[in-house]
Design a protein around this ligand. Sequence first.
Ligand code: MTE
Length: 323
Amino acid sequence: MLIRSPKSWEISASTVTPEALYHARPRREFLRTLGVGLAGAALARPGALFGATAGFPSKENPLYPAAKLKPTAEEYVTVYNNFYEFGTGKDEPKVNANKGWKTDPWTIELAGLVNQPAKFDVNDLVKKIGGLEERIYRFRCVEAWSMVIPWDGFPLAKLVALADPKPEAKYLKLTSFNDPKSAIGQRQGNLEYPYVEGLRLDEATHELAFMATGLFGKPLPNQNGAPIRLVTPWKYGFKNIKSVVKIEFTATQPKNTWQAMAANEYGFYANVNPKVDHPRWSQASEQIIGGGFFASRQATLMFNGYEKEVASLYKGLDLAKNF
Ligand code: MTE
C-alpha cells in the first residue's frame, strides 16, 4: 500500500508474522516494543482516558460466535496495527497513539443529505442506540494478512436510521480526525489527511456493516481506532476507517484516501476477492497473524467468507473493474 515511505506496506515486509518481525528488528527496538506492551497490559485500558466506555459488557450476538471463528490473540490485534496518523510501522500506532492523544470525550457528526443532522458524544450515542453487541468477524488486510477479531459495537444501519437520509442520499462519506499536534503521521504528511472512506448506502445498511467501540469486551484502544470505527468484514481492512468524527450523506460517490493516493491499486469497493490481484501481489492467499510457523497461510475466501450474505449487493457489477 506504501506510497511515500519505503518502510511498511511493501508485501515482503508486511506479510511476516509479528514474531518474525520482532526478531528481524534490532534488539533495542524489540525491547522497546516489549516494554510498551507490558506497560499497556498494566494499564488495562483505563476508560477515563481512552475510548468510549458506555455499553460494556456487550451482549454476544449468537449469529457471530467464537465457536465458529477462533479469535486472534489480543496481543497481536492491539500491537500489529495500520494507523498511518501514528506512523507507518505496524508497531508504531500502539506507541504513538498513547502519548496523550485524547479519545474521550469525542463527538461524531451526522451531516449532509439527512433529515436529522446531529452531533453526538459517542457515549451518549451508544446509550441512545441501546447498547453494544459482540460480533466475531474475519479481518483481511489488502496487504494479504488476516486476523479474527471480536468487536463490540452496533450495526451502522442504526446510525443511518437516526440520521434519516433524504431520498437523494446514495453514499456515506466517513471522515477520520485531524489533529496534527497529536498525530505524528499527520505532521509528517505520510498520507493525505484527514483519512476518508466511503460506502454505498445499501452497503452501509447491510446487517454486517458495524460501528465498533470495543475489542475483546473492552473499549477500543487508541491504536485500534478509538473511540469509534467502521468494520465491514467483507472488504479489505483499509475500508475500516478508524476514529470517525463525521458521517456525511452524499448523492455522489466519495473518493477514499487510498484511491486518491493510487487509484490503479485501490478502488472504491475494496471487496475481498482472491481472483483479482493487487497490481503488486497476489490476493489468492493470506498470512494468518498469530497463526504460528506451521499454520501460517490460508486461501482467501470470496468476500472474505461472507459471500452468501453480501454477493447480492454486487449483482451485475464487474468486480475486476470495480475493485
Ligand atoms: N483509519 C485511519 N484513520 N487511518 C489509517 O491509517 N488504516 C486502515 C484501517 N483504518 C487506517 C484506518 C488499514 S490499511 C487497516 S488494515 C485497518 O485500519 C487496520 O486496523 P487495525 O490496526 O485495527 O488492525
